[in-house]
Design a protein around this ligand. Sequence first.
Ligand code: 13P
Length: 286
Amino acid sequence: MNTFEILEKAKKEGYAIGAFNAANIETLKAIVQAAGKLRSPVIIEASDGEVKYIGKKQLVSLIKIYKEEYNIPIVLNLDHAPTFESCKEAIIEGFDYIHFDGSQLPNEENVEITKRVVELAHQNQIPVEGEIDHIQGSSAYHKDEDVKKEQKEELYTNPQKALEFVNETSVDTFASFIGNAHGLYSTEKKIDLNLLSKIREALPNKFLSLHGGSGIPDHDIKEAIKLGIVKINVNSELRVAFHDKLKEVINTSDEIAVYKIMPEVIDAVSAVVERKIKLFGSEGKA
Ligand code: 13P
């Protein structure tokens, strides 16, 4: 199945595919281990910083091996790519999905670059995700901050503008900002489901993604999937699981062999991925 078919199946059957960020082999192992165990399709994604750390070629090669090993649909997604060149390189290297993020550019420029990315990606049967309203926050643990500070309603997506952007660019997936700020905060994220249903009505033929998947209450996630979300991005919860377990293992043992330190860390991240896959309804859909 190509990526279009994987997303189409999710849309038709009413579940979402988890898009989990990976920047190192341990996180990658954790994600594919969970998806393999639950026989779930999965999206592995890497942002600009993560890609620079692990390398585009390295990611493509590792994913190819994991696809063979687990025999489940695995989509490799370039997350929040900031330039056309970065998208082009990923397409040439063999990524399966591209998210160009021109949301901080003037609208005309965002439209122009998104169109060029779509043109190139479609020649290679690769879907493209676009966005117009910068998704606030960052994938970190903002322990002392209330998420409300990032949820300024005047920055939320306007369904009519989303429709215009989608018509002008022919993107396949639309990423909206409905309160889904990136990161974990001292409070739970409240997302605007009413606005999401209006965006769904405006874009019935497109795929919808939900960024900022960490820290959104389960019931809102379930409602968002009912309203048509087919891709949910999760990063911070994985980062926290990795960080906390690694710290615990290092602080409680004198082990220095990395391959003996890491399995517990991988299992901790994998447990988060398993929980999300079950919540998103994609278990057994591989
Ligand atoms: P979180 O860090 O809130 O999970 O968001 C991740 C994300 O949306 C990556 O694109």
